[in-house]
Design a protein around this ligand. Structure first.
Ligand code: FAD
Ligand code: MLT
Ligand code: ZN
Length: 460
């Protein structure tokens, strides 16, 4: 890439909002990983799709790398700008553009926060069902670029399922209008899906048409204390068969330790090694009685040792905080994050193999397990011991990640379930995708971004 001239950029796009102060470069140059030192060239804040297109065309002409930037809640370093890149922040493009009651779609700009999408959908008596803890800060463009998952995947699937149309500016500076909200469209390759989960390496999302759905019936949240690992999936199978589930999540006593140290109330008098948070439709007394019967059955079987069912929305929220507060409670420790997945049927064997590996390799580390176990997705976070400096800690975690990849391969799993590859998992991509697949991905990238300006160094 060339040494670019900001004067040239200003002259080419006279109305563009551009930030260059040191504090701004630092703020926009990093994401939640906090691992790389931010060093962007400048921060561009376009106000329209046309301005994004002009920026990408300028970057191609000037030979400048660009980093698309959403809410920077990403956990894989995808939005990090540490090498003189031009950050293109979509935060000013944050409006709802339209709602269609017949199509049941909401058309939005990419910089709108996920929570604002939820509120807009609810305002029309419908829901946008993708949801997770970063909802207040992450943006729909970032969600699309990472194919974000979250806590409702068990019922609604990932972001990919809810994108009816997409406008993107490709790395070559073309503006594409993909699928236009059609439900049926059998006209060859569905290019929309290439951009979903592409981590800003193929182009920039400048508009999205989101499918909405009916609000679910009233629900209740059930928190179980689970005495041993083997019981987790027994509880899952029982809940899955007998309740109408919209979430099935788990965390360990170490996770609870960190959330409690961060201010959350411990839920039970006695501690337990594992906890499950599950949410289910509870429209009537019959559904509530069924949940009680499930709890009693699990208790009799010895799969759970205690439990609490929410009796109000406030109580449901406080039970959820135990699970959703984990990331924030760990953030000050800058943990090494793992975001791995296997098929649900493989989870029991995988849990055993992973526990054996981690107990052997991290005997003295604080290893914190939590995640979307109902989707086969585990977040295993490693907290740095005081005696290790940060680079030595990362080196040690990367050594163990190599071993984790072997276990994942034996179980047909993936090194990233929902956070993406970015910079953090780049060395391990080949453990989950074949050489042929990676070569095809490189080829696609070369077609859509021939000059390699889009988020270079990320993914591969
Ligand atoms: P950013 O971090 O800004 O960017 C992420 C990637 O998308 C980067 O590669 C960036 O270049 C690219 N990008 C951003 N905007 C665009 C655009 N308009 N066009 C093209 N590329 C773009 N993730 C989950 O999947 N499930 C969870 O349950 C979950 N929980 C979380 C909880 C917390 C507390 C936190 C902090 C994070 C969590 N995440 C979760 C991770 C993160 O929130 C998601 O990956 C989210 O989708 C990132 O959105 P963002 O707007 O912050 O994107
Ligand atoms: C979660 O499920 O809480 C998120 O993916 C965030 C994380 O892994 O820390
Ligand atoms: Zn997650």
């Amino acid at each position: 890439m060339n040494t670019p001239s900001l004067a040239d950029l200003r002259a080419s796009l006279p109305g563009l909002k551009l930030l260059t102060e040191a504090a701004e470069l630092e703020h926009y140059g990093r994401d939640w990983t906090r691992r790389w030192t931010p060093a962007p060239l400048a921060i561009a804040l376009p106000a329209s799709a046309e301005e994004v297109q002009a920026l990408v065309r300028w970057a191609n002409a000037a030979g400048v790398a660009v980093v698309p930037s959403g809410g920077r809640t990403g956990l894989s370093g995808g939005a990090v700008a540490a090498n003189g890149e031009l950050v293109i922040s979509l935060e000013r493009m944050n409006r709802v553009l339209g709602f269609d009651a017949v199509d049941r779609t909401l058309t939005v700009q990419p910089g709108i926060a996920l929570e604002a999408v939820h509120n807009a959908a609810r305002g029309h008596g419908l829901i946008y069902p993708v949801d997770f803890g970063a909802r207040g800060s992450c943006q729909i463009g970032g969600n699309i670029a990472t194919n974000a998952g979250g806590i409702r995947v068990i019922r609604y699937g990932n972001t990919r399922n809810w994108i009816a149309g997409l406008k993107v500016v490709t790395g070559a500076g073309e503006l594409l209008d993909l699928n236009r909200g059609l439900i049926k469209n059998a006209t060859g390759y569905d290019l929309r899906h290439l951009f979903i989960g592409s981590e800003g390496t193929l182009g920039i999302v400048v508009e999205a048409t989101l499918s909405l759905t009916d609000a679910p019936p009233p629900s209740q949240v059930l928190l179980f204390a689970v005495p041993h690992m083997d019981a987790l999936m027994q509880v899952y199978a029982t809940c899955r068969a007998r309740l109408s589930l919209s979430a099935f999540e788990f965390f360990t006593d170490r996770a609870l330790h960190h959330v409690a140290a961060h201010g959350a109330q411990r839920p039970f008098g006695e501690d337990s090694p594992y906890y499950v948070v599950t949410e289910f439709d509870a429209a009537d007394e019959a559904a509530q009685a069924q949940a009680l019967a499930v709890f009693e059955h699990c208790l009799e079987q010895g799969w759970v040792s205690d439990g609490v069912i929410s009796q109000s929305e406030a109580q449901a929220r406080s039970l959820w905080r135990l699970r959703e507060g984990i990331t924030e409670s760990l953030a000050p420790h800058k943990p090494y994050k793992n975001d791995i997945s296997v098929r649900i049927s493989v989870v029991p064997a995988f849990l055993q193999a992973m526990q054996a590996l981690l107990t052997r390799e991290y005997p003295a580390f604080d290893v914190v397990w939590f995640g979307h176990i109902g989707d086969g997705n585990l977040h295993i976070n490693i907290v740095k011991p005081a005696e290790l400096d940060y680079p030595a800690f990362i080196a040690e975690c990367e050594r163990v990640t190599e071993l984790m990849c072997e276990v994942l391969q034996q179980h047909g799993g993936s090194i990233s379930a929902e956070h993406g590859i970015g910079l953090v998992k780049k060395p391990y991509l080949a453990s989950a995708r074949s050489a042929e697949e990676i070569a095809l991905m490189r080829g696609i990238r070369a077609v859509l971004d021939p000059n390699g300006v889009m988020n270079p160094g990320k993914l591969f």
